[in-house]
Write a protein that binds this ligand. Structure first.
Ligand SMILES: O=c1nc2n(C[C@H](O)[C@H](O)[C@H](O)CO)c3cc(O)ccc3cc-2c(=O)[nH]1
Ligand SMILES: C[C@H]1O[C@@H](n2cnc3c(N)ncnc32)[C@H](O)[C@@H]1O
Ligand code: MET
Ligand code: SF4
Length: 388
């Protein structure tokens, strides 16, 4: 039994021999993958208010300063994304922002929403109306929260970060591994295609990394919902001076992820933060969401590489580069997806109708989705947009 999860009623059995096997994996033990994928997104930071104060984070604002993007601002942003050929609207915000900030709560009430989850639901609808697929990264949610937002999301995600109790998550209100695992389980119960991952270099040990990966693998084994695991190195910023993990540390952690997870689960590294080229032979097969129109609001000092550079990265590795949707092909309904690798989408379990309607919509973006999903060969990287 895994203690961090137990307090939230999540049972995770860790087999000591599995922990030892994952822990001792090296890059030489894994095969380089045969392709790289990425998604084109527009980043929509709904609010920087957050109930937590993770010490590595520069995203959250001090109480009193954070505001909310209005529905009009959200629509404006997703339109910019749609015009630039993005397929994903990435909604990110602080954890439970209306809990700590009465201003946020009052603003939501004025607009007619009970809480941030109700507002997120509306914002996802706006994205769908504009032809983009919502991928929400909302922090910890309950099962009831997932019931409310699952019908309007193509996929969602929350980083596990680590199963260890680290000082970086300090304070009376703080991120806990138990609650994170509880969130990832609730996503599985709600049938939401899910992204999670490790934040490397926040005080965790090698054993913690192995345990974190096995905890994710265990939840995926039960619910089949993990589409990708991000192996993200911490980066220093204006608020914190965390040291970047060494390249060798990242190489080993990526290889451990590849070994701990079944083959249908992708291993992602973010190309704006990580030493990407040096990780390609360790099992990486995805480069995540890359935006031609917005910065990475979470790590704003780290610019996205141009789409052109992604192609160069793939060329260096000698593998094709495919554009994907925020939701992976195996969760798409039969007839839309590119292959039939795993997944149980034929029974309609995975994607809600409002999302598949957006994918099939007979408009410009609908055509795009179909062409991305049905294409046999590599998708040509779209024309760079201005400023790219
Ligand atoms: O630009 C970013 N995108 C982040 N993304 C977006 C991600 O790259 C893509 O949205 C997914 O791969 C879906 O296409 C996350 C998504 C999650 O579900 C969970 C965590 C992250 C973290 C980041 C991040 O730090 N920066
Ligand atoms: C959305 C995700 O962004 C990540 N995140 C937050 N701050 C940093 C940082 N300094 N470096 C790298 N990743 C970070 C966390 O893993 C969070 O879950
Ligand atoms: C900058 S983090 C954004 C999402 C959420 N607050 C989390 O930590 O998971
Ligand atoms: S990482 Fe997320 S939960 Fe932590 S302080 Fe930043 S916004 Fe809040």
């Amino acid at each position: 039994m895994f203690p961090a999860a137990e307090e939230y009623g999540v049972e995770i059995d860790l087999d000591e021999s599995d922990v030892a096997a994952v822990r001792s994996t090296t890059p030489a033990d894994v095969d380089a993958t045969a392709e790289l994928t990425f998604a084109r997104n527009v980043f929509v930071p709904l609010t920087t208010a957050c109930r937590y104060t993770c010490t590595y984070c520069t995203y959250y604002d001090v109480p009193g300063e954070a505001t909310l993007l209005s529905p009009e601002e959200v629509r404006e942003r997703v339109r910019v994304g749609a015009d630039a050929g993005c397929t994903e609207a990435l909604f990110t915000f602080g954890d439970d922002p209306d809990d700590r900030y009465t201003r946020i709560h009052d603003q939501l009430a004025e607009w007619g929403y009970d809480d941030i989850v109700g507002y997120l639901r509306r914002c996802c609808e706006i994205a769908l109306e504009e032809g983009l697929l919502p991928h929400s990264n909302p922090g910890d949610l309950t099962a009831a929260d997932f019931e409310r937002v699952a019908p309007v999301n193509a996929s969602m995600g929350v980083m596990l970060e680590t199963t260890a109790d680290v000082a970086a998550h300090s304070g009376s209100r703080r991120k806990t591994p138990g609650q994170r695992l509880h969130t990832i389980r609730a996503a599985g119960e709600a049938g939401v295609p899910f992204t999670t991952g490790l934040l490397v270099g926040i005080g965790e040990t090698w054993r913690d990394r192995a345990e974190s990966l096995l905890a994710i693998a265990d939840l995926h084994d039960r619910y089949d919902h993990i589409q990708e695991v991000i192996v993200q190195n911490v980066v220093p910023n204006e608020r914190s001076d965390f040291e970047r993990p060494a390249v060798a540390t990242m190489r080993r952690t990526v290889a451990m992820a590849r070994a701990a997870l079944p083959p249908e689960v992708s291993v992602q590294v973010p190309p704006n933060l990580s030493p990407t080229r040096e990780l390609l032979d360790c099992g990486v097969d995805d480069l995540g969401g890359v935006s031609p129109v917005t910065k990475d609001y979470i790590n704003p000092e780290y610019e996205w590489p141009a789409l052109r550079e992604l192609r160069e990265i793939a060329d260096t590795a000698g593998v094709p580069l495919h554009e994907r949707l925020p939701v992976y092909d195996r969760y798409l309904p039969t007839g839309v997806r590119r292959d039939s690798f795993g997944g149980r989408s034929a029974d309609g379990r995975w994607l809600p109708e409002r999302v598949t309607d957006a994918i099939d919509a007979d408009d410009v973006h609908g055509q795009r989705y179909r062409s991305v999903a049905r294409r046999e060969g590599p998708l040509a990287v779209p024309r760079p947009v201005s400023g790219d």
